[in-house]
Write a protein that binds this ligand. Structure first.
Ligand code: ARG
Length: 452
């Protein structure tokens, strides 16, 4: 037939492999079968093709599914290969499957269909991670630990407060992915090459059969836009960036003996027998780089593409697959590593007050008792240089204040301010580290998790 002649002419010659996306299209093999089925059912319902032909094509598609992607005939992509297989099975009438559509709307629909599944899996993984972090927080709402800025001891917090800091960040990653999902889940099918079709088709019907919420209206936009890929990969990259910070924290905490990773999430050295390394978390840290690379690759590919379809788009899609695979895996690994880690409460307590980490609390105490905060800050800074204990604070007060320290605070109150546990308990402002503030954050964690 004519189409076979044309295909022979454009079979690609030496550039065949370069043109073809058939191998990478394995990812959308099932999606393409679903899209073919929905399209054929709609064509028959709209009397564009007859029921018998539709039935034959649907049976052929079932057989092709059983054979699997690996047994498809050669083709420029999965869409062409499946069509060839349908025609081989049904005869020339099989070629009616491609009425009123193009590979352009077809591939856009397949990508959206498959990406939905991957984004849902990643969303699920963020929920699991949030649950895991909330569990850690519930167990350790009173486990005092050092908190850092610039990697230097800054103020005591609790493991619970730390864990919820990431739980709340991952909540926003869930939100971003949910928003991306809503814009993925619309159907471009029926846009044809980009210019619509003369056939009286029903785009809402194929959208409904494929579980899409709506139809992408403008046919040129539907066939050629890939901003849904970009925003999904951006959301994944943001999630990966959150994960990388969490991973880095745990790597540092493990290095300081604050946390012990389970063997399942550690590696040893092939030469140094004593080693137990946090390799899984180092890989998580690196995935943030892969994901940022995905954003970069996709953006650079899409930038400046004119309307409507251009073959560049074929090389845009794999950036999304590799990013979603890496970030999903990393999210699950973080849940596993954090969920099975043991926190060393004694080591954490021993370090919680290190580096005069209660200095801010002492300055706050002086300020609450009549010393201007800036004066209190200078006084405590002076005391810090001299060891940061009660004696150093008294000596600094003698230099800085008009009256002796006792005129402002008594010794017992000062001792309490120097105690890391007391310091944590006293910072009970909304969202703070005090156990009751952490418990309030745990409640919101449970509520939002339930809603998501
Ligand atoms: N495999 C292609 C893609 O992934 C779809 C083919 C459309 N090709 C074309 N020359 N119009 O984008």
């Amino acid at each position: 037939s004519e189409s076979v002649v044309r295909r022979d002419r454009f079979s690609g010659g030496p550039a065949r492999g370069f043109l073809s996306s058939l191998a990478a299209d394995e990812r959308i093999f099932e999606a393409d079968l679903a899209v073919d089925r929905a399209h054929v059912v709609m064509l028959a319902e709209c009397d564009v093709i007859d029921d018998e032909t539709a039935g034959d094509i649907l049976s052929a598609l079932d057989a092709i599914e059983v054979e699997g992607h690996a047994n498809l005939p050669d083709g420029e992509d999965v869409h062409e290969a499946i069509e060839t297989a349908v025609i081989e099975a049904v005869g020339p009438d099989g070629g009616r499957m491609h009425t009123a559509r193009s590979r352009n709307d077809e591939v856009a629909t397949c990508i959206r269909y498959r990406l939905r599944e991957d984004v849902l899996a990643t969303l699920e993984a963020t929920l699991t991670l949030r649950e895991t972090l909330a569990d850690v927080a519930a167990e350790h709402s009173e486990t005092t630990m050092p908190g850092y800025t610039h990697l230097q001891p800054a103020q005591p917090v609790t493991v619970g407060h730390w864990a919820l800091s990431y739980e709340q960040a991952v909540r926003r990653d869930t939100e971003r992915l949910l928003e991306a999902y809503d814009r993925i889940n619309v159907s471009p099918l029926g846009a044809a090459a980009f210019g619509g079709t003369t056939f009286d088709i029903n785009r809402e019907r194929t959208a409904a059969l494929l579980g899409f919420d709506d139809v992408l209206e403008n046919s040129m936009d539907a066939a050629s836009s890939r901003d849904f890929l970009l925003e999904t990969v951006q959301a994944l990259s943001t999630l990966a960036t959150t994960l990388s910070g969490l991973a880095e924290d745990v790597i540092i905490f493990a290095n300081r003996g604050f946390v012990d990773l389970s063997d399942d999430y550690s590696s040893t050295s092939s030469i140094m027998p004593q080693k137990k390394n946090p390799d899984t978390l180092e890989l998580v840290r690196a995935v943030a780089g892969d994901a940022a690379g995905g954003v970069q690759g996709l953006t650079t590919t899409l930038k400046g593409l004119p309307r409507a379809y251009n073959r560049d788009l074929q090389r845009a899609t794999p950036h999304a697959w590799s990013t979603v695979d890496a970030v999903l895996e990393a999210t699950n690994v973080v849940s596993g590593a954090v969920g099975t880690a043991d926190w060393n409460e004694a080591a954490l307590a021993a370090e919680a007050g290190a580096g005069f980490s209660t200095a801010t609390g002492v300055a706050d105490l002086l300020a609450a008792n009549g010393v201007p905060f800036r004066t209190a800050h200078e006084l405590v800074a002076l005391a810090a240089e001299r060891g940061g204990d009660a004696a150093a604070i008294e000596a600094a007060a003698d230099e800085v204040l008009a009256e002796p320290l006792e005129a402002y605070v008594d010794g017992e109150t000062l001792e309490a301010a120097l105690d890391p546990d007391h310091s944590v308990a006293s910072r009970d402002s909304v969202g703070g580290p005090a156990p009751e503030a952490v418990r309030a954050q745990l409640e919101s964690a449970a509520d939002v998790l339930e809603a998501d």
